[in-house]
Design a protein around this ligand. Sequence first.
Ligand code: PNS
Length: 160
Amino acid sequence: MTRAVCPGSFDPVTYGHLDIIRRTAELVDEVVVAVGDNVAKNALFPPQERVVMLEAACAELPNVSVTLFRGLLVKFCADQGIGLISKGVRTADFSYELQMAQMNRRLTGVDTVLFPTDPRWAFVSSSLVREVATLGGDVSEFVPPAVARQISARVGEPAG
Ligand code: PNS
């Protein structure tokens, strides 16, 4: 059985991520979406909330599960017996994604497939979605409706 991990921060999950998860799920038997358990300073959602959002967004994909991971991605892959990393790549991230793929392969032999991002989502990133939403822009075109509602609720909250 072929298993792949789709790792990321997913803060928040976008249609770009979901396209990569769906394309991976068509190629392998099982996909584990792994949410990095890192709490960045400018994070919009805590990691566990991102997991719940992703579970809902991937509910119609029977061979996809979602979990948190902490530490090195290659260690997570080894612990889970997963031999493949799957990621989307936009023009701007290509050299860094290539570098990470090469580093991960050198570390443990785990290989990476890089899917060219669908042109529809080429300009979409979680960081831009966060920035646009935080400044009052409409991001409903780039994320599932439930995620858009959670973003509105979060950015509408008074800073605490
Ligand atoms: O969605 P992102 O922020 O681009 O995801 C990046 C992520 C979490 C996939 C990447 O930072 C990662 O793999 N982090 C785990 C730590 C690690 O293994 N670092 C070495 C990478 S070669």
